[in-house]
Design a protein around this ligand. Structure first.
Ligand code: LMR
Length: 413
């Protein structure tokens, strides 16, 4: 037989983590992977998570038994409320099917597998949906959907020259896509650009998706990071469901608690299917099929993180603490954006830098080129994605001046 297994390059994001780990320079700066760091550059265990862990460890039924295939019910129910809202019409009308997932990636994988198996047109047996993702998007999106057997393509999103959305071309792409396409939308804190549509732009996007019979898929990995408020950051999704202005075949929602609970390695997430109308039999059939996918791939989801998050969501004072934690994280990041811009302006660094404060969430799409980011890593031990995406959470009062000066140097060189 013939073995032909091509070597792949390192993952664009986890590859940065590996290079950084190998770098022995003391002053190295990690602006790579989207993981929150405190003012000293250290990982942060959220106070709400610590309190919940404490409660969990002391509870009488604390153990490591298997969860059900569909996950911890208390967790998936509460997770749906976090993203759709306590007063969600979809929850009240019992139109939401929820299942636990291996964080955001696992949720997207469930979505992709589900679409590939079941998303069909009545009158066209050959129909296979194409998944439209923003240009640019998170580097994992395309490979998740292609590993689920789905074709992907890009819709215009980011204008490099103006550092704004290409909203007209975006809407045009929706209008021109084959009816029934899947549109992947970043619910908040767009990764990598940090630039979300404004409410009026969201309305145009959602109307075009609705008018053209497409299926929206919201990827929500950063709820709480844009404004610090869970409700405000879920505005677009909640508007899509509750306004009554749109008609979708359904809405798919991929939800991660990796970032907003700082539970990165615990893989806490959920996948929700929001149906246009209540249908008990369909709810049950969808859950059974999603459960079969989960059972065949991971058997049942991990318990620890889901138990911690469900305690946060069901214990009022922990929930309040979590909301404060979200403000701590989002406001520290906003503060660092401002400081970076102040430093760049103080240095008179060529170019305009206001986009860094206009962008929201964990990332800034700085506009630095691949060769500039390489130089930053090589000469200054400052690591960020090749495409110029910097995880602003990696900045702190101890390194922001150094980073600004290094950016200034590479831009002038
Ligand atoms: C990122 O974009 O840096 C994060 O979502 C981490 C990851 O899994 O890629």
């Amino acid at each position: 037989y013939h073995v032909n297994i091509p070597q792949l390059p390192p993952d664009p994001l986890f590859g940065i983590k590996a290079s950084l780990a190998k770098d022995t320079r003391e002053n190295k700066v990690d602006l790579g992977i989207g993981a929150y760091r405190d003012d000293h550059g250290k990982p942060w265990i959220l106070p709400s998570v610590k309190l919940a862990e404490d409660l969990l460890h002391h509870s009488a039924d604390y153990n490591h038994e298997y969860l059900p295939i569909s996950g911890l019910k208390k967790f998936t129910e509460e997770a749906a409320k976090v993203i759709l809202g306590e007063e969600s019409s979809a929850i009240k009308e019992d139109r939401v099917v929820s299942i636990q997932s291996l964080s955001g990636t696992g949720s997207l994988h469930l979505a992709g597998t589900f679409i590939n198996k079941f998303y069909r047109k009545k009158d066209d047996a050959s129909f296979r949906a194409v998944v439209y993702v923003s240009d640019p998007t998170w580097s994992n999106h395309m490979q998740i959907f292609s590993s689920c057997g789905l074709a992907t393509t890009k819709y215009p999103y980011w204008n490099d020259a103006t550092k704004q959305l290409k909203i007209d071309q975006y809407v045009q792409a929706i209008e021109q896509a084959p009816k029934g396409s899947v549109f992947l939308l970043h619910a908040t804190a767009h990764n990598p650009t940090g630039m979300d549509p404004k409410p009026e732009e969201w309305k145009r996007i959602l109307k075009a998706i609705s008018d053209n019979g497409h299926l929206p898929l919201f990827d929500c990995a950063y709820q709480g990071f844009t404004t610090g408020s869970l409700a405000k950051d879920a505005w677009a999704l909640r508007h899509a469901i509750d306004s009554g202005d749109y008609h979708f075949p359904g809405i798919l929602v991929c939800q991660s608690f990796a970032k907003n609970c700082g539970m990165y390695g615990e893989r806490v997430g959920a996948f929700h299917v929001v149906l246009p109308e209540h249908d008990d039999a369909l709810n049950s059939a969808i859950l059974s099929q999603l459960s079969k996918i989960v059972r065949s791939e991971i058997s049942n989801p991990p318990g620890y993180g889901a138990k911690v998050v469900s305690l946060i969501l069901t214990t009022p004072q922990l929930k309040k603490q979590w909301e404060r934690d979200l403000i701590t994280m989002s406001s520290r990041i906003m503060g660092m954006r401002k400081q970076l811009v102040v430093e760049l302006q103080r240095l008179g660094t060529p170019g305009s830098w206001n986009h860094i404060t206009e962008q929201k969430g964990m990332f800034s799409y700085t506009g630095l080129t691949p060769s500039q980011t390489e130089k930053l890593a090589h000469d200054y031990a400052i690591y960020m994605s090749k495409n110029g995406r910097a995880s602003i959470a990696g900045l702190n009062p101890g390194n922001v001046k150094y980073v600004a000066k290094a950016i200034d140097d590479v831009i002038r060189s």
